[in-house]
Design a protein around this ligand. Structure first.
Ligand code: PLP
Length: 385
């Protein structure tokens, strides 16, 4: 039972079918002039249209990249390098994905100043903190649309409005939201937006960066001038076709999927909190992704929880996939005010469109059984189970 869609999602069979010909017969290089190359180019441009459509952009504003990490890096480093004579200050949040967080830390080591906005107990940045942080040196604001661990949704449109008024570039990492909730670059007032295919039932290793018309940033790589010079290198046509197909399927079913997932999520949250003593939900109750629930349980260690759920056939996470190999507590859970021990006892369930009501029932029972078992064994647990 797969319940870790924030880490990655399965490829939709329709997406896989659409990709297949571009590995075999239609293998052309999109930069060549004969029909084989033109077919590849046409498929790529059709996919670009699908990606543009799902975020309300123009096709000329879409650059294909290798995924969310690369898109974040191009946006942040590209802005820092382009505007280094204008200012050296960047504003971000305490709960960014490592692709943003580590990039900002790298810039800090190289002469830039970075302000990390707090997110408080509910896991959401406050616009007044942002306003207070802006200086004449601020060249970039980068704040994620929804968090990958606790699912909280940030006030992107309001932040973007302030950024626009102050003439500061605004980037958002929307990897967790594109295909799950409505994303529109003009309504959200963003200058740059990152998305990734494998979080929306497309293949891994492909993503896109939206760069609004008129926004000037430096490329990170140099080569044959592909993707308007922002991302040189022969294009990954099967991946691009897969991303395009995934976007088109997600666009068609956005509302019904969001409704279905929200119902499943709420059923899960209510049942887990009700059936387990001293259990809590991390992050705002409703301003969160339709598919995200993040719990913590007193006196329970996250890793044991995950392994015991795995024995019962459930794939879920503690922290995020990116931080689970490190022993440090999640920076996101610390940012919402948890103690280290509390942060270590968290469980992230991220649902997908293939999950059913029965899956939720099974998971609720499994969590209850595992929590009781672990508490019986735990020296930290004094209460009754
Ligand atoms: C998964 C994820 C990324 C990284 O995307 P990749 O395509 O795996 O590089 C970046 N940001 C967020 C919020 C993510 O969830």
């Amino acid at each position: 039972m797969y319940m870790d869609h924030s880490a990655t999602s399965p490829v939709d069979p329709e997406v896989f079918e659409a990709m297949k010909p571009y590995f075999t017969n239609e293998f052309g290089n999109a930069s060549t002039l004969y029909s084989l190359g033109r077919n590849a180019k046409n498929a790529m441009e059709a996919a670009r249209q699908e990606v543009a459509t799902i975020i309300g952009a123009d096709t000329k504003e879409i650059i294909f990249t290798s995924g969310g990490t690369e898109s974040d890096n191009i946006a942040i480093l590209g802005t820092a390098r382009k505007l280094k004579n204008k200012g050296n200050h960047i504003i971000t949040s305490d709960i960014e994905h490592p692709a943003v967080e580590e990039t900002c830390k790298y810039l800090e080591k190289n002469g830039y100043k970075v302000t990390y906005l707090p997110v408080y107990e509910e896991g959401i940045v406050r616009v007044k903190d942002l306003e207070a942080a802006i200086t004449d040196e601020t060249i970039l604001i980068t704040i994620m649309h929804a968090n990958n661990e606790i699912g909280t949704i940030q006030p992107i449109a309001e932040i973007g409005k302030i950024a626009n008024e102050r003439g500061i570039y605004f980037h958002t990492d929307a990897v967790q939201t594109v295909g799950k909730i409505p994303v529109n670059v003009s309504e959200m007032n963003v200058d740059m937006l990152s998305l990734s295919s494998h979080k929306l039932y497309g293949p891994k290793g492909i993503g896109a960066l939206y760069i609004k018309k008129g926004v000037r940033i430096e490329p990170l790589m140099y080569g044959g001038g592909h993707e308007r010079g922002f991302r040189p290198g022969t294009e990954n046509i099967p991946g691009i076709v897969g991303l395009g197909k995934a976007c088109s399927i997600a666009s068609q079913n956005l509302e019904s999927n969001a409704r279905k997932l929200t119902n499943l999520r709420d059923k899960l949250i209510d049942a887990v909190l009700e059936q387990n003593k001293d259990s809590y939900l991390n992050g705002h109750r409703t301003k969160r992704l339709p598919n995200n629930a993040n719990f913590r349980f007193d006196a329970i260690e996250g890793e044991s929880l995950i392994l015991n759920l795995d024995f019962k056939g459930i794939a879920a996470s503690t922290g995020s996939a990116c931080s689970s190999t490190k022993l440090e507590a999640s920076h996101v859970l610390l940012a919402i005010g948890l103690e280290k021990e509390e942060a270590h006892g968290s469980l992230r369930i991220s649902l997908g469109i293939e999950n059913t009501e029965e899956d939720i029932d099974y998971t609720v029972t499994a969590i209850k059984e595992v929590v009781e078992k672990l508490r019986k064994m735990s020296p930290l647990w004094c209460g009754a189970v």
